[in-house]
Design a protein around this ligand. Structure first.
Ligand SMILES: CC(C)(CNC(=O)c1ccc(Oc2ccccc2)cc1)c1ccc2c(N)nc(N)nc2n1
Length: 328
C-alpha cells in the first residue's frame, strides 16, 4: 500500500469508525457487531503504524490512549464550574419553588429535571468543532488538563457535527457493570478495590497513563453549556437539544416539569427506579428552564440560585449489611 492508498483508506476507516462509534457509545444503539468495529479499528491502527505522519489528533486511534504524561497541567476555567445547593426533602423543594416564583412574578415557571450522575464533573472545549481540551472541575475555577484521558472516553465526540466554538460540562462516569468487573479483576490481582463507581471513574481519569483510562469503559453525559459562539439559546432545554444534535450524549430521562408537584413526583419516581439504571445517581438536579429568569436570579458565592440538587435519603444500612453478609 502506498501513501495515497493509505490516506484514502484511513479517511474511509475514520468516517466508518466515527459513525459506528456514535451509534454505539452516544446513542446506545449499535449498528454493527463489536467484532466489526474492532476489526476496522485494528486495520486503522496498522495503517497508522505504517504511516505515522498520517495520524491526526482526532483519529479514532486516540481512543486507545497515547504516551503517559509526567504530570497534569493546571487549567483555568473561562467560566467557573459552579456547585449546586442541596434540597433534602419535599419542603426544601417547595421553598426553592417559592423563591423562584418570587423572582418570576407573572412570568410562567418551568423546570428541567435531570438525573444527578454519580461521577466526575468535567469540562470539554471545542474549537471549530474539534475537541481541544478536557479538564476536571477542580475547585471550580482551576482544574487539571486530562484531555488525553477524556479522548479515550468513547461518548466524548472528537469532532462535532458542526464547526462551533463550544465549552460544555458534563459528568464522566463508570457504569455499574464495568465497576463490578473492574473490582473483581482488582480482587483477583490482590489489589485494593474501588469503594464506588464515582471513585473508580475519578481514579481512572486521574491516571497519567491514558492507556489505563482507555481500558476502564467510562462514559459521559453532558448537562450544561458553558460558552457557545454563534448560536442564540433561550432555554436550558433548548441548550440540551442543541448539544444532542451536535453529537453529545444527553440523558434520555431528562424531563421538563411545569410545576413543583411534577418535580416532586419525578424525584419520588427515581428514589426506587434508580436501582434499575446502568449507572449510579445520587440525586436529581432541578433547573429553571428560562435562561432569562436564570440571569435575573443570578448566583450566590458558589451556586446558581436557579438550580438545586435533590439528594436521595441514605439507603437503609440494614440492606447494606445484608448485602455484605449474604453476599446478595
Ligand atoms: C447548574 C450547574 C451548576 C452547571 N452550571 C454551571 O456550572 C454554570 C456556571 C456559570 C454560569 O454562569 C456564569 C458565567 C460567568 C460567570 C459566573 C457565572 C452558569 C452556569 C450544574 C452543576 C452540577 C450538575 C450535575 N452534577 N448534574 C447535572 N445534571 N447538572 C448540573 N448542573
Amino acid at each position: 500500500m502506498d501513501k495515497n492508498q493509505a490516506t484514502k483508506q484511513l479517511t474511509e476507516l475514520r468516517e466508518k469508525l466515527e459513525k459506528y462509534g456514535y451509534h454505539y457509545y452516544v446513542m446506545d444503539t449499535p449498528i454493527v457487531p463489536d467484532q466489526e468495529y474492532d476489526r476496522l479499528l485494528n486495520e486503522l491502527l496498522e495503517i497508522e503504524e505504517m504511516f505515522p505522519d498520517l495520524v491526526t489528533d482526532d483519529s479514532p486511534s486516540v481512543r486507545v490512549g497515547g504516551a503517559p504524561l509526567p504530570h497534569f497541567k493546571k487549567v483555568a476555567h473561562q467560566i467557573p464550574m459552579m456547585s449546586l445547593g442541596n434540597a433534602f426533602n419535599e419542603q426544601d423543594l417547595r421553598d426553592f419553588d417559592r423563591r423562584v416564583r418570587q423572582f418570576a412574578g407573572d412570568t410562567p415557571v418551568a423546570y428541567i429535571c435531570e438525573l444527578k450522575i454519580d461521577g466526575l464533573a468535567v469540562s470539554l472545549t471545542y474549537e471549530d468543532g474539534k475537541l481541544v481540551r478536557g479538564a476536571t472541575r477542580g475547585d471550580g475555577t482551576t482544574g487539571e488538563d486530562i484531555t488525553n484521558n477524556l479522548k479515550t472516553v468513547s461518548a466524548v465526540p472528537l469532532r462535532l457535527k458542526n464547526q462551533v466554538d463550544l465549552e460544555v460540562r458534563g459528568e464522566a462516569y463508570m457504569p455499574k457493570r464495568s465497576f463490578e468487573a473492574l473490582n473483581n479483576a482488582k480482587k483477583e490481582a490482590g489489589e485494593e478495590p474501588f469503594a464506588n463507581p464515582r471513585n473508580a471513574a475519578a481514579g481512572s481519569l486521574r491516571q497519567l497513563d491514558p492507556k489505563i483510562a482507555a481500558k476502564r469503559n467510562l462514559s459521559l453525559y453532558v448537562y450544561s453549556i458553558g460558552e457557545l459562539q454563534g448560536k442564540e439559546i433561550d432555554s436550558h432545554y433548548e441548550g440540551l437539544s442543541f448539544l444532542k444534535e451536535t453529537g453529545f450524549k444527553v440523558n434520555t430521562e431528562t424531563t421538563r416539569c411545569e410545576s413543583i408537584e411534577d418535580v416532586i413526583a419525578y424525584t419520588e419516581t427515581w428514589v426506587e427506579k434508580r436501582h434499575d439504571l446502568a449507572y449510579e445517581i445520587d440525586g436529581i438536579v432541578i433547573k429553571v428552564d428560562s435562561l432569562q429568569l436564570q440571569k435575573e436570579m443570578g448566583f450566590t458565592a458558589k451556586s446558581p440560585r436557579w438550580a438545586t440538587a435533590y439528594k436521595f435519603p441514605a439507603e437503609e444500612v440494614v440492606t447494606k449489611l445484608l448485602d455484605i453478609e449474604l453476599n446478595i
